[in-house]
Design a protein around this ligand. Structure first.
Ligand code: DON
Length: 325
């Protein structure tokens, strides 16, 4: 790895604060999108709730709206799980066992698993995340759960607890994920009992977080794996790099291309309405707003990320003449 890396920096505190407030005012009135219903406990979410949080790699926080409202992390767990698995087994083995290429299909596609002869997808979709869960260190469900829950808590900088209602609700309706895990077993693409693995994956999706937590978790990925407030080195810097790479190509599932085109940063969404965006070296953005588009991504979350990426100058592929003519 290079001995120095230039990623630039966020604008001044006053600018970031003003833009976070402006994004909240602009997109609060948006009414498009539908709250997820396929997990019954998510259907009762308030579509008007809207939280924004930006955490810089130096630990400054900028928040607007319901940034402290708790919700289940859902698919935003996937990049953090992948990071923990890479840390445990090495990023080379993790790539070989899970794959890192986008499927171009919805997050819970069974077809994507069947179509791939080698059983590989990527750790941002359900199949790859279930396979990743099976690789958590430990011989028992409880040992694996301790590894996952403690790892996530280190990313957040505080102990994270389960949302028992969401967990029970998804367990009762989880046939599709169980089907994916069973199919993976047939392809020798899962390394623990499929039923127990599906249960662990479901538990991890039901960990309760706030927008504030997610901004700090995203900022930890932006900060070479070191939590900006606790100072703990959660995973090594090269692991953040590969996690962010997979988020770029598959974080928004079949709309990852559109996301990269507009926002130009690694991102990850979840069906409860959360979303994270990572600006490497600079910080993390998190939003919470339950109404989703057809691909399962928060509508206000995408609008906020587009606005802040542009106004904070975060697009990774931005290209400007080096000097004025
Ligand atoms: O496995 C599921 O279907 C949920 N626990 C998580 C899906 C999810 O968040 C997809 N994201 N947009």
């Amino acid at each position: 790895m290079a001995s120095w890396i230039s990623t630039g920096h966020l604008p001044t505190e006053a600018v970031v604060r003003q833009l976070v407030d402006e994004a909240h005012q602009r997109f609060g009135p948006v009414r498009e999108g539908k709250v997820a219903r396929y997990i019954p406990a998510l259907a009762s979410a308030n579509p008007a709730d809207f939280g924004i949080a930006v955490a810089s790699t130096e630990g400054q926080l900028f928040e607007a709206g319901e940034a402290l409202h708790p919700f289940s992390i859902q698919s935003i767990s996937k990049p953090f799980l992948f990071a923990l698995i890479c840390q445990a087994i090495g990023e080379r083995d993790a790539r070989q066992k899970l794959g890192v290429n986008s499927t171009g299909l919805p997050f819970n596609s069974v077809q994507a698993v069947e179509r791939a002869e080698d059983g590989l997808s990527n750790p941002m979709v359900n199949a790859g995340a279930i396979a990743a869960t099976s690789l958590a260190p430990g011989d028992t469900v409880e040992a694996k759960w301790t590894f996952i829950q403690e790892g996530f808590s280190r990313f957040a900088g505080r102990p994270l607890e389960l949302d028992e209602e969401v967990y029970a609700s998804e367990v009762a309706t989880n046939r599709r994920n169980l089907g994916i895990a069973t199919l993976l077993e047939e392809q020798e693409g899962i390394w623990f009992d499929p039923e127990a693995t599906t249960d662990l994956y479901t538990r991890q999706c039901a960990l309760s977080v706030t927008t504030h937590d997610l901004a700090l978790m995203a900022a930890t990925l932006a900060n070479g794996g070191r939590h900006p407030l606790s100072g703990e080195q959660v995973v090594a810097p090269p692991i953040c790099q590969v996690v962010l790479a997979v988020m770029v190509t598959a974080g928004l599932y079949e709309t990852s291309g559109d996301w990269m085109y507009d926002i130009g940063l690694p991102g990850k969404s979840g069906v409860s309405g959360g979303m994270i965006t990572v600006a490497p070296g600079k910080g993390g953005l998190a939003t919470y707003s339950p109404p989703l588009d057809g691909a399962g991504n928060s509508v206000r979350g995408q609008l906020t990320a587009t606005f802040l990426s542009e106004r904070l100058g975060l697009h990774l592929l931005a290209s400007m003449p080096a000097s004025p003519i």
